[in-house]
Design a protein around this ligand. Structure first.
Ligand SMILES: *[C@@H]1O[C@H](CO)[C@@H](O)[C@H](O)[C@H]1NC(C)=O
Ligand SMILES: *[C@@H]1O[C@H](CO)[C@@H](O)[C@H](O)[C@H]1NC(C)=O
Ligand SMILES: *[C@@H]1O[C@H](CO)[C@@H](O)[C@H](O)[C@H]1NC(C)=O
Ligand SMILES: *[C@@H]1O[C@H](CO)[C@@H](O)[C@H](O)[C@H]1NC(C)=O
Length: 344
């Protein structure tokens, strides 16, 4: 009994350490239950739920102590519906990456919720993380913290419906050349056009819990580089280290929020354009990494090899599929190889 009490005191201490009381999250957290998980669901315009939270953060949308974030969109019913995406039983090679390295920021990667901080005034000194559960000090301290670690995603288990938007294929169809090593941006209206080119209506095709994957053409162009150019690519000076990607804008955030996605992914280094020049969202300089990971609790999967998947989707004229991700169950971990698999 006394052990239990001691434990409870320690747990309480961890939370009070991160959370000044009364915390605004306690006041504004959304009330909902399993019978209607979207009861009182905030619109994009209602974000953030409290003026003291960072720009467009969704803190409290899944409850004040939630550590799963956007993965909450994946329910039993979502997975059951997604099994209908398996029609041929074809998991094509290529959607996975068979290089496993202990540096989880190399090669195909699933960025967990400890990966990126966020803060209302955008200052490093006040860094917070998703749902304001931990501080920057908690992460860099010798003891570290397991809160928001990738074990949460691993233990939930990720499976559901994936949707591919092949931006690169659409550009090729128009004979428009593009350079994935430039700071060219992809806008939400282009994603709408890509969907229409694929025969989909992006406003109605997505279902809650979907995993959006965007093919930017990075893998294709990178693989086509001579070996010596691949070797020197990481050594470009910061300002010149440009990579094509999604624009960081309020328009893009609004477009994504409406779709209730559980995850986003792409074949490029960061989903968003690099370097991060601090695009302006509601007058603040913010990156998509900040808003997705720190604000919405939505992980990003990067450097996916989408070449075979895109080929298969075009061949079948079908752009949704069943997918699974089983990241490493590293308690307190920050990122992981996703071991992503698509089945059509
Ligand atoms: C949904 O899945 C969870 C976890 O596997 C399980 O605990 C729960 O009972 C399931 N709910 C229903 C309605 O089947
Ligand atoms: C793209 O180029 C090909 C080959 O030159 C040509 O057949 C096709 O009509 C062009 N498509 C468009 C949309 O311009
Ligand atoms: C894109 O890169 C060019 C130089 O390559 C630079 O002049 C321009 O400001 C950059 N644009 C943005 C939005 O960062
Ligand atoms: C796409 O779907 C939306 C929402 O259902 C609808 O309002 C719109 O008219 C559709 N667009 C087209 C081109 O069919």
């Amino acid at each position: 009994m006394s052990t239990f009490i001691a434990l409870a005191v320690i747990v309480a201490a961890i939370f009070t350490h991160a959370r000044p009381t009364p915390h605004p999250l306690t006041l504004v957290s959304r009330a909902f239950d399993d019978s209607d998980i979207y009861a009182n669901w905030p619109t994009y315009d209602e974000l953030p739920l409290h003026p003291s939270f960072p720009t467009r953060a969704a803190w409290g949308a899944w409850g004040e102590n939630d550590q799963l974030g956007a993965l909450n969109h994946i329910r039993n019913t979502t997975i059951l519906a997604a099994k209908n995406e398996i029609q041929l039983g074809r998991p094509r090679a290529g959607y996975q990456d068979d290089v496993i390295t202990l540096n989880t920021q190399i090669s195909t990667q699933f960025d967990g919720l400890k990966h990126f901080p966020y803060s209302t005034n955008n200052e490093q000194a006040t860094y917070q993380f998703y749902n304001d559960l931990i501080t920057f000090d908690d992460i860099v301290s010798a003891e570290g913290t397991t809160v928001l670690g990738i074990q949460n995603a691993a233990q939930k288990g990720i499976a559901g419906r994936g949707v591919l938007l092949d931006w690169a294929g659409w550009m090729e169809s128009k004979n428009t050349t593009f350079d994935v090593f430039s700071n060219t941006t992809i806008s939400p209206s282009e994603l709408d056009e890509v969907a229409a080119w694929q025969g989909l209506n992006a406003s109605s095709f997505f279902k809650p819990g979907d995993f959006l994957v965007v093919r930017t053409g990075f893998t294709q162009q990178y693989n086509a580089l001579p070996a010596h150019e691949q070797a020197i690519l990481p050594y470009r000076a910061d300002a010149d280290a440009t990579f094509l990607g999604m624009e960081a804008s309020g328009d893009l955030l609004r477009w994504l929020w409406a779709k209730k996605l559980s995850l986003v992914g792409s074949d490029n280094p960061a989903f968003e354009v690099l370097p991060n020049t601090g695009d302006v969202i509601d007058g603040d300089m913010r990156s998509l990494h900040q808003v997705f990971i720190g604000g919405w609790g939505m992980s990003i999967v990067e450097y996916l090899n989408l070449e075979e998947l895109a080929k298969t989707c075009h061949e079948l004229g079908r752009y949704s599929f069943f997918f699974t991700i089983q990241n490493l169950n590293v308690v307190g971990g920050i990122a992981s190889p996703p071991n992503a698999l698509a089945i059509v």
